[in-house]
Unconditional design. Sequence first.
Length: 250
Amino acid sequence: MVRPQATLFGRRRGKRLTARHDGLMQTALPEVALDASRPIAPAALFPQGVCELWLEIGFGGGEHLAALAKAHPHVGYIGCEPFRNGVAKALASIEAEKLRNVRLYEGDARAIIEALPEAALQGVYLLYPDPWPKRRQRKRRFLSDALLSRLARVMRPGAELRFATDIDDNAGWTLARLLRSPHFIWAPETASDWQDPWRGWPGTRYEAKALREGRKPAYFTFRRNQAPVAQAPNGMESSDRPESGSDSKA
């Protein structure tokens, strides 16, 4: 198994949790928390059964995750977020809406991706990730060539990778990597396919901030094709090998 990188960039904690949020972290989180230290069996995650399994990477305060889970009670959702305060907010939404189809992981989503079996996911959301705008920071962006290969392993053929950003450079950088990936297809029919959000989109606070500040978000949908994920002889995925000029512009 290829392990995720040891360094997770970004904040892990913010302001001190309220008494209510701290209580939820102590009592409610263990009920929905995932253990990424061993293989995850999707069929065992939701006793009531679900027809699909989706992953949200970096759910922020959990507003989008909770809205989807409420709108689609027969779909299972895994949310990953390293920011403790965001996890606490998500737990409050789960409790308020009595959601039974959500599981959370407080940490690096790459650990969950490694723990999932092949073809487990019907879809993945990555919404308004940190763009790491400085040139030397681009290697911190989540959707690297190696990560796309790992995601492909756990996505079914036809599964959707939905990516939203309001930063043009991040959009172009990410699009370049998806277009050269052997595992994903981007086939927009019109410009509105990536300028308009998805059907049933509940919006996010990051989107609202972007619009207030005059930035136009982009909404990309990439589909997993049927190409197998190749493994290098030593067990390392071929896309994990050092890439010449990996920090250069896409």
